[in-house]
Write a protein that binds this ligand. Structure first.
Ligand code: COI
Length: 353
């Protein structure tokens, strides 16, 4: 792909404290932009990262016709750059676009654009273990119109941000609670699309959980409030009787790329894997009877995030004495080992730049 590039006059990289990175606060010098109008995507360009001009009547601000992705580039042990599974993220973004009527940019363009941008801002890829360049593609309607309809013009952006761990707990287990009152998504809704509305639905319950000392909410299904769907910004997995169990993809949860990587790895190791409905009652009871030995969240931002405690309807269950378990640790070590080019990648997950 040919991308017209306008570079910054002076890089801002000296403003970054690479020893104390946080999540998602600093953005690298450039961003990718491609606009859609009159039924087609126009010439792509890379320009300095900066403000975009929109009117308060921008339809997206009102009705949320927008989708995004989150993937990461890692500094590999040999000094190169590894992007983790960009093709899978491209595929998911195309599905998300379809769900909210945004014209697809195409998987190849997505991957080429990510690669081109990361190559240009390669100095921003941090090198410490646990850090990465987080890549945030975003597509949104760009129409100034406040009637509710599918827009006719769009923009596709990609921005990047050097980051450290998403949770302040890092690899230390997090505490989660169910929400008795709120749901994230329902059958036929938007749950499997990475669109802003799902995150808007999660804000108040997550804020409330934080106030009570919990890191995130465990979402239960909207119809019966019985089955575990996912966690705030992550998918969820359990280890019960040496079997890895994760809620099946039935349209209400996000098809996570880290989730998929975890399932592939567990099967590769010969572990029994079940993608099925799992009720919160089964979770609480099997933590208490000792058959459920681990629980963890999976996500691009969070990687593998062990869960140490679950609160549900007045009861608290502590998992593995609030410590990370061996399966979670092995998954974390293997996935990050592949990402940082420290161990072989038998699955073809790494896209080198
Ligand atoms: C991710 O894991 O990449 C996410 O998109 C989660 C969050 C930062 C919104």
């Amino acid at each position: 792909m040919k991308v017209k590039t306008r570079k910054v006059k002076k890089s801002r990289i000296d403003e970054v404290d690479f020893d104390h990175l946080k999540f998602g606060e600093m953005f690298s010098d450039h961003m990718f932009r491609m606009d859609y109008t009159d039924g087609k995507w126009l010439e792509p360009e890379i320009v300095p990262f900066g403000p975009i001009e929109v009117l308060p009547s921008l339809s997206t601000l009102h009705y949320g016709q927008t989708v995004f992705e989150g993937l990461k580039a890692f500094r590999s042990r040999d000094g190169g750059i590894n992007i983790f599974r960009p093709d899978k993220h491209a595929e998911r973004m195309m599905h998300s676009c379809e769900r909210v009527c945004i014209p697809q940019v195409g998987k190849d363009i997505f991957v080429d654009a990510v690669e081109e941008l990361v190559r240009l801002d390669q100095a921003w890829v941090p090198s410490a273990r646990g850090t990465a360049l987080y890549i945030r593609p975003l597509a949104l309607a760009m129409e100034s119109y406040i009637g509710v309809r599918v827009a006719e013009s769009y923009s596709f952006f990609i921005m990047t941000s050097p980051v450290a761990a998403y949770f302040k707990e890092g690899l230390n287990p997090v505490k989660l609670m169910t929400s008795g009152e709120f749901v994230r998504s329902c059958p036929g809704g938007l749950g499997e699309a990475k669109t802003a509305a799902n995150y808007a639905a999660s804000l108040f319950p997550a804020y409330d959980a934080n106030r009570r000392g919990y890191a995130q909410v465990i979402w239960l299904d909207a119809l019966e409030g019985k089955y575990v769907d996912e966690v705030g910004t992550m998918n969820i997995c359990f280890v019960k009787d040496d079997t890895l169990i994760t809620p099946s993809l039935e349209g209400t949860i996000l098809p996570g790329i880290t989730r998929d990587s975890v399932l592939q790895l567990a099967r590769h190791w010969g572990m029994k894997v079940e993608e099925r409905r799992i009720s919160i009652d089964e979770v609480m009871a099997s933590i208490k009877d000792g058959s459920m030995t681990e629980a963890f969240g999976t996500g691009t931002a969070a990687v593998i995030s062990p869960i140490g405690e679950i609160y549900h309807k007045g009861e608290t269950a502590i998992i593995n004495d609030g410590r990370i378990g061996p399966v979670s640790q092995k998954l974390y070590d293997t996935i990050t080992g592949i990402q940082y080019g420290e161990i072989p990648d038998p699955f073809g997950w790494i896209h080198t730049v």
